[in-house]
Design a binder for this molecule. Sequence first.
Ligand code: GLU
Length: 487
Amino acid sequence: MNKIRLRLAPSPTGFLHIGNLRTALFGYLLAKSQNGDFILRIEDTDEKREVEGAVESLIKILDWVDIKFDEGPHLGGPCAPYIQTERLAIYKDYAEQLLKSGGAYRCFCSAERLTTMREEQAAAKLAPRYDRHCRDLSQTESDQRAASGEAFVIRQKMPIEGEVIVYDELRGEIKFKAADLEDHVLIKSNGVPTYQFASVIDDHLMAISHVTRGEEWLPSYPKNFLLYQAFGWEVPKFIHLPLILNKGGGKLSKRQGDVFVEDYKSKGYLPEALVNFCVLLGWHPKTDQEIFTLDELIKSFSFEGMGISPAVFDVEKLDYLNGYWIRQKATKELVELIKPYLSNYLADAQGFKKTDDFLMNIAWLEQERLKKLSDITDRVAYLFADKIDYESDLLIWKNLTLKEAQANLIEIKEKLLLISENDWNKDFIEKNIIEWLKANNKKVGDYLWPLRVALSGQKNSAGPFEILTVLKKTESLQRLDSAINKK
Ligand code: GLU
């Protein structure tokens, strides 16, 4: 059996869309689970939509999620070049071939004629469609007009009647009415092919065995399919991945933000989580396991688990998976990951707050709770602050008065003063304080609430013993003093 070969064929129109990440992942997994090749090909024949730097950023972000290619513009390979605008001569030859065999024809219609045609179609409430005006020009006339320098496009000769039956690996047979298909453009008047043409030629020349792409490409499939037939080539196996909808059932749109992988990266989603999340958008594992690494997926991913019902993009699920993957990080690695989100604080930090030890403590303090790395910025602002600001009422637990809360803080402070810097760690302090509270029949909340607020100034935060550990003795006691003196 020939080697399985899949490709990702993005157009360089901007950052990688989350849907394209899913497409990339499914292609990669299908290839790698069967020891196949995964190829990157850049489909840049639509100059109008091209964005500068997009190819580099696509390559970078796919590398970040650890999807590795076997061939591509950055790697080279036996089918190079992998950028379509570097392959224009190839498409020209195949277009000539199709003109000769009668699978395509030259269309000399002017832009004005096409505009009038469309206006008339719109007025008659007809679908906008090329009226096949040039389809039956004689070969001689067509050749002569081309030779005399008249501008033309090359159009695919589509069947006029009947049905086109295509096969999708997930959906089986799909029928399209020939009457709904247009004689669309394969080669534009500047000689550059459209995506529809170039991608078929390249998939064939690059020996692509399977194509994974989003369901939105399904309407193009009959055109692609008929081109393979016109050339007498074997059609790769097509797998159109289900649509990705938002929770309300609508399309993911740029207006809602959150469609580019870069956006997720900058918010502090981990590549492990994005991969884990995206694979569940259209693949159903055999067991109820839902946590997967990329390596595990290469082993367990199979075509059988793929479905066609729309996948729901549930951000809460993504947060849950991201939290899981954050918790798997070694504290030291987490420190490196959160550093960029603390850079403003670190620029102003003084003393021990500049040290890696402080950052290790911060990571230890928040690791269990973080849903995304960027959450760290707000969560630990109070630890970096020189002075924390809060209403004195916040110190009050249930029906204590402010005076009573402050008196409790004075008692706690005296206990804390007795603990040496060497013993200043969560377990030691906690044991010491809790034993003292119990031995003296004191209510835990009456002491630990004011203590936690005095240290954090927050209604919700990490626990008081953890914060004491992070802030160390001197700063902790200073914060207690200001709470005690608060009016
Ligand atoms: N160039 C198309 C895109 O930008 C790829 C479609 C396909 O995979 O055939 O998504």
